[in-house]
Structure formats: structure tokens, C-alpha cells
Design a protein around this ligand. Structure first.
Ligand SMILES: C[C@H]1O[C@H](OP(=O)(O)OP(=O)(O)OC[C@H]2O[C@@H](n3cnc4c(=O)[nH]c(N)nc43)[C@H](O)[C@@H]2O)[C@@H](O)[C@@H](O)C1=O
Length: 320
């Protein structure tokens, strides 16, 4: 049994990772920002501990007492539309805090393996498509700049301090646990409500925006393979397939026998500046070196998200 420490345990990725680890009998410790309480726990047998993210010494002390062998940093400040909001907090939590985590590992126990959830947002308006581990980064938002600081700091600690530190360049990854601000969950929930007669339209921004959408549990599995490998390295985790928001709508509505054109309306408040080259990943290295492969394709993700939204609406109705 290993002891695994993770941040972001209340989020989509953290909850899947915790579940996978617990299913294998590992001890899971969720690291929370001091003063935060965990959202409704999905698993009863997870321990929680607090860290004031401003102090390296406190985290080093915590590492000495918890004694993890692996440490995943999945916490990130992002609200969907919020990659430009509050640049100072974004820089602090998504960037500087990662340097503190790595320094604490060096101070407490340099054998702890570390995995950072990086983001395809670091490519910004990409220099090439598809992107791989050698594509230059051109961050366009405070969110992307902070993620790039963390990514480069992981590489620096790997070379300078010989820490087993990895970084996963994650493209969009979805599931029924995706936050409601993100477009896939927003569409799935709307389909469920429209089908039930509770809503009569769905207002969206740019329907022609494209994303490389994968399945969150597959991406969490890639993180685990990275820490289980002999060598620490960075990997693009992506499907290599681009789809538009319009295609997502089309599949989601047709899954329940509706035509999205009857229900989806424009919404200028969610119309984000999205004029850039295709952000689509080449995960050949993860496939070749880690043996990683996605289990669930785009169509299946859309269907399972719509089914989950329908089931969740039905269970809320039966409780009220
Ligand atoms: C890799 C990256 O992935 C995620 O960020 P995101 O791609 O911004 O995610 P999203 O689901 O908010 O937007 C996807 C696309 O959909 C368009 N879109 C149209 N209409 C609406 C709309 O109504 N709402 C939203 N939210 N988006 C809309 C929107 O303009 C964009 O082009 C985060 O995990 C982030 O942390 C991260 O690292």
C-alpha cells in the first residue's frame, strides 16, 4: 500500500484519481488550502490535511509526517471564462505554489515522486499543429503563463535537484464530474432540462470553437503511468481529434431525439476571443513510452455525459 498526496481532490480529476487509488487499496491524503472544507466527499475513506499555500516549511513538515511516495498537483484556478480573471491569484496558485511544492519535496524527502497537471493552454496560439512535447509555448493568458511557470519549474527541479518530477500537458478532458461552467457540462445539463420540459433554450457562445476533448478518467490514468515509469518526463495527453462545440451540441441533442438547431441560441456574454490556430495534441510519446491509450471516444463521452445529466436530474426530482 502506497501513501499518495494530492491537491484538487474535490475536482473532477482529483476525485477520479482518489477513486482509482482507493480501489487498489492505497492510502489517499487530500491536501486542502487552509480554511477550505472538502466538497461533499465522494469516498468516505480519504484523509484530508490542510496547508497554507504560502509556506514551504509548513509543507515540508507535512510531507515528513504524512510520508507520501507520490504527490499529484491537480489543483488549478480556472473557471472556464476565468483564464484572465484575477491574474495575481492565478499566478500564485497555478504557478508559484508549484515551486513551493517542489522545494518542500527537496527539503523533506527528495524521493517523493511529483506529477504536475499542465495545460494545452500553454501553447496559446500554437506555433504548429498538432502540438507535441517539442512545440514552442506561446501563452496568451495569466492562466497559461502561470501553468508555464509551473511546467518549467518542474523541468528545472528534475534537472537541478534530480527530483522525479513529471508534467502532463493535458488537453480538455471531460466527464459527468466536469464543472458546470465548462461548455460540455453546460450542454449536457441543458439537454437533460430541455428534454424534461424545464428549459426551452440553451444560450452558448462560439459554436465553431474547436477543442481536442478526451475522457477525464483516461487522462488521470496517464498521470499514474507517468509516475509508475522508470524515468521522469513530460507528456502530451490528448486524443488528436478536433471537434466543434456545434458537433457536441448536435450529438448531445440527437442522443435524446432532438435537433440542436431548435434549442441553441447565441449568447454574446459567453463569446470569448478564440481566434487562434488549432489546439490539438499528438500523444504519440505517451502511447509509445507509457503504453497509454484512451478508452472512450468523443461520441461516447457526449452520450455518457448526457445520460449522467438526465440521471442526476431524475434523482433530484425524486428527492424533492
Ligand atoms: C485545456 C483547458 O481546458 C479548459 O478550458 P476551456 O477550453 O476554455 O473550456 P470550456 O469548456 O470553458 O470552453 C471550450 C470552448 O467552448 C467555447 N464555448 C462556446 N460557448 C460557450 C459557453 O457558453 N460556455 C463556455 N464555458 N464555453 C463556451 C469556448 O469559447 C471554448 O472555445 C479548462 O479545463 C482549462 O483549465 C484548461 O486548461
Amino acid at each position: 500500500m502506497a501513501t499518495v498526496l494530492l491537491t484538487g481532490i474535490s475536482g473532477q480529476d482529483g476525485s477520479y484519481l482518489a477513486e482509482q487509488l482507493r480501489a487498489e487499496g492505497h492510502r489517499v491524503v487530500g491536501l486542502l488550502r487552509a480554511g477550505r472544507t472538502p466538497r461533499a466527499a465522494r469516498l468516505p475513506d480519504i484523509e484530508y490535511t490542510e496547508w497554507d499555500f504560502a509556506h514551504v516549511d509548513a509543507l515540508a513538515q507535512l510531507l515528513r509526517s504524512v510520508r507520501p511516495t507520490e504527490f499529484y498537483n491537480l489543483a488549478a484556478f480556472s473557471t472556464g471564462a476565468g483564464m484572465y480573471d484575477d491574474p495575481v491569484a492565478i499566478g500564485e496558485l497555478n504557478g508559484i505554489a508549484v515551486a513551493r511544492m517542489l522545494q518542500a519535496i527537496v527539503d523533506a524527502d527528495a524521493s517523493i515522486r511529483f506529477c504536475q497537471a499542465s495545460s494545452s493552454e500553454m501553447f496559446g496560439d500554437p506555433a504548429a499543429a498538432p502540438q507535441d512535447e517539442s512545440t514552442p509555448f506561446r501563452p496568451r493568458s495569466p492562466y497559461a503563463a502561470a501553468k508555464l511557470f509551473a511546467h518549467a519549474t518542474v523541468q528545472a527541479f528534475r534537472t537541478r535537484h534530480d527530483v522525479f518530477a513529471c508534467s502532463a500537458i493535458l488537453y480538455n478532458h471531460e466527464s459527468p464530474r466536469r464543472g458546470q461552467a465548462f461548455v460540455t457540462r453546460k450542454i449536457a445539463d441543458a439537454v437533460a432540462r430541455i428534454r424534461a420540459g424545464l428549459d426551452h433554450e440553451l444560450r452558448l457562445g462560439n459554436l465553431d470553437a474547436q477543442r481536442d476533448w478526451g475522457y477525464a478518467p483516461d487522462y488521470v490514468h496517464a498521470l499514474r503511468l507517468m509516475l509508475a515509469h522508470d524515468h521522469a518526463d513530460d507528456y502530451v495527453v490528448a486524443t488528436g481529434q478536433l471537434h466543434t462545440v456545434r458537433e457536441f451540441c448536435d450529438l448531445a441533442f440527437s442522443h435524446v431525439g432532438l435537433d440542436y438547431r431548435d434549442w441553441v441560441k447565441g449568447n454574446t456574454t459567453d463569446l470569448r476571443e478564440d481566434r487562434r490556430g488549432p489546439v490539438v495534441g499528438n500523444a504519440a510519446k505517451a502511447r509509445r513510452v507509457l503504453g497509454w491509450q484512451p478508452s472512450t471516444d468523443f461520441g461516447a463521452i457526449v452520450r455518457l455525459m448526457v445520460d449522467a445529466s438526465i440521471a442526476s436530474l431524475a434523482s433530484r426530482d425524486s428527492m424533492s
